[in-house]
Design a protein around this ligand. Structure first.
Ligand code: ATP
Ligand code: MG
Length: 297
């Protein structure tokens, strides 16, 4: 089953695109099929994945949102095997306005990706730095929200308004939306303020801050100008390694969530069994297995 992750923070320059591109490439390196949807008119995830921006005749996420093109036609392969992208283009700037009067305007992205999402293990949506209609579309399309957070003075204030937006979307537009977690980015352990903010965020949101922290690393900032994720540009760099670790943590968290969900489903089924029998959730053993077991006993 696919997981659609919106990468959101209304604050600019906190590492959303760097996280989208590098987490996506790191998941693809684990042989997961991954799609990045570039929902930011700046198109940084597009160029950072080695795709030239604004090629006139090519369908993009804009055309998919406005129903002018089937999203299949907008998907492009990248240099990383298993990693695909739906590019953005500058005309996406106009989409917010053009969608205002449109029917089901908040659901456009969800509907656009519905036919393709199951072709991928992960769909990562890179959002613009605002909580406007494009980001709302990402939150409606997503199963979970990943929040890159830079450890600086105003980080917590921004986080509160983002969490309120997520609540509002969950209440009105996407009842199953969940917070995947917070990833601390551009972290500099020598900086006292960064350490203090890290502690505040961890205290404020126990269990929801990823233990992988992305350090400030020059290779991460150089890689986009080569149109490559850091693991192609310099796999040994601390930046590339930290995103590989983040991908591992995401996959492990998902696996443990699934185990917890299965266990709670089983408990619920047992609780609803009128006889209180504990076989309710399992298939009864076949008669011949029963008799074998009896013979062995
Ligand atoms: P926007 O809100 O404009 O979309 P963003 O949240 O997507 O920005 P990025 O573009 O990922 O942020 O990062 C902002 C700048 O910081 C970029 O120049 C990027 O290369 C650089 N950068 C991001 N993460 C790191 C890091 N861990 N170490 C060093 N530089 C980084
Ligand atoms: Mg960005």
């Amino acid at each position: 089953m696919s997981l659609v992750l919106a990468i959101v923070n209304q604050k600019g320059g906190v590492g959303k695109t760097t996280t989208a591109v590098n987490l996506a490439a790191s998941l693809a390196a684990q042989e997961k099929r991954v799609l990045v949807v570039d929902l930011d008119p700046q198109g940084n995830a597009t160029s950072g994945s080695g795709i030239a921006r604004d090629q006139d005749d090519r369908p993009t996420v804009y055309h998919a949102l406005l129903g002018e093109s089937d999203i299949h036609r907008a998907v492009l392969p990248t240099e990383v095997p298993n990693l695909f992208i739906v590019p953005a283009s500058a005309d996406l700037v106009g989409a917010e306005l053009e969608l205002v009067a449109a029917e089901a305007r908040e659901h456009r992205l969800r509907e656009a990706i519905a036919p393709i999402r199951d072709g991928y293990d992960y769909v990562l949506i890179d959002c613009p730095p605002s909580l406007g209609l494009l980001t709302i579309n990402a939150l409606v399309a997503a199963d979970r929200v990943l929040v890159p957070l830079q450890c600086e003075y105003y980080a917590l204030e921004g986080l509160s308004s983002l969490l309120r937006t997520i609540e509002a979307v969950r209440g009105n537009l996407n009842r199953t939306l969940q917070l995947e977690g917070v990833v601390l980015t551009m972290f500099d352990a020598r900086n006292n303020l960064a350490r203090q903010v890290m502690k505040n965020v961890q205290d404020h949101m126990p269990g929801q801050v990823y233990s992988t922290v992305i350090p400030r690393n020059v290779r991460l900032s150089e890689a986009p100008s080569h149109g490559q994720p850091a693991l192609l540009y310099d796999i040994e760099s601390k930046g590339a390694q930290s995103y590989l670790q983040l991908a591992n943590e995401l996959v492990e968290r998902q696996a443990s969530d699934q185990t917890a969900r299965q266990a709670s489903d089983q408990t619920a089924r047992q609780a609803s069994d009128p006889k209180g029998g504990h076989h309710a959730a399992t298939t009864p053993p076949a008669p011949d297995q029963d008799s074998k077991r009896a013979r062995r006993a």
